[in-house]
Write a protein that binds this ligand. Structure first.
Ligand code: IPE
Ligand code: IPE
Ligand code: MG
Length: 255
């Protein structure tokens, strides 16, 4: 399967941005405050990022909010994060809707309390018809979980006689992974200075441009996001081809 290059009106602007929002805990620790204060400040930075995407005409934003592995953090931190999550769901949904944002959650929803799962479903149904920005929140999400779910769904269809094993190819797997209806992320940003993927969108990031910053998530501002976009616009995405094959013909660039 060949990933399609971004083909929107401006190829220098990503259609889909994927972000690992990391560094909340360190931001708080540097201020000698409890980690939870960092998570609260991080929730405000989410709005900065959404505003930026709306202004730049980015079509989809996928935010890593809570990983499968984050369930293993101390009970106190997980509990406080769940409360923060619940409050944000109560507070922000109407505003998202007003701004034309479609909200979706990806991840293992069964692990959340019924109250949170209901709020997620509510946020999704209220905003379901919006098209200005697709906002995907990865919560209780792991890239390995996503791929395993796709495999399980294919196996079920094979067992039921609805699918031949020979029909399982990259397209078939892709169709059953999260966000299959959106273009894959063009640009990945991780704050907090660590150079790793941490089990984020493993399948979907195959040809995504990666960008890392030392800035901690609560410090995020539009200038940092703009530097990521500027870098992205200077890169040549080759998708396995040669530079000459993907070079934009001169006639299209002159003027
Ligand atoms: C990211 O910030 C938010 C979540 C994982 C929930 P961290 O809490 O990982 O912050 P650091 O990496 O410890 O600074
Ligand atoms: C990745 O950050 C997950 C989220 C931001 C939600 P982590 O802080 O959990 O990642 P590691 O542990 O540094 O790899
Ligand atoms: Mg971290």
């Amino acid at each position: 399967m060949t990933p399609e290059p971004a083909n929107g009106s401006d190829p220098g602007v990503p259609r889909h941005l994927a972000v690992i929002m990391d560094g909340n805990g360190r931001w708080a620790e540097r201020r000698r405050r409890p980690r939870m204060i960092g998570h609260r400040a991080g929730a405000r930075a989410v709005n900065t990022c959404i505003d930026f995407c709306l202004e730049r005409g980015i079509e989809a934003l996928t935010l890593f909010a809570f990983s499968s592995e984050n369930w293993g953090r101390p009970e106190e931190e997980v509990g406080a994060l769940m409360k923060l999550f619940m409050n944000a769901l109560e507070r922000e949904v109407e505003e998202m809707h007003r701004r034309g944002v479609r909200v979706r959650f990806i991840g293992e929803r069964e692990r959340f309390s019924d109250a949170i799962a209901q709020r997620m479903a509510h946020a999704e149904s209220v905003t379901a018809r919006n098209t200005r920005l697709h906002l995907n929140i990865a919560a209780s999400y792991g890239g390995r979980w996503d791929i395993a779910e796709a495999a399980r769904s294919l196996a079920r269809d094979v067992a039921a006689g609805r699918l031949s094993p020979d029909a399982i190819d990259e397209h078939a797997v892709h169709a059953r992974t999260c966000l299959a209806d959106l273009p894959p992320p063009d640009l990945f940003i991780r704050t907090g200075g660590d150079l790793r993927i941490s089990n984020f969108l493993l399948w979907q990031l195959a040809y995504t441009e990666l960008w890392f910053t030392e800035a901690l998530w609560p410090e995020l501002d539009a200038a940092t996001l703009q530097s990521a976009l500027d870098d992205y616009a200077r890169r040549q995405r080759r998708f396995g081809l040669t530079g000459a094959q993907v070079a934009v013909p001169r006639t299209e660039t002159s003027e």
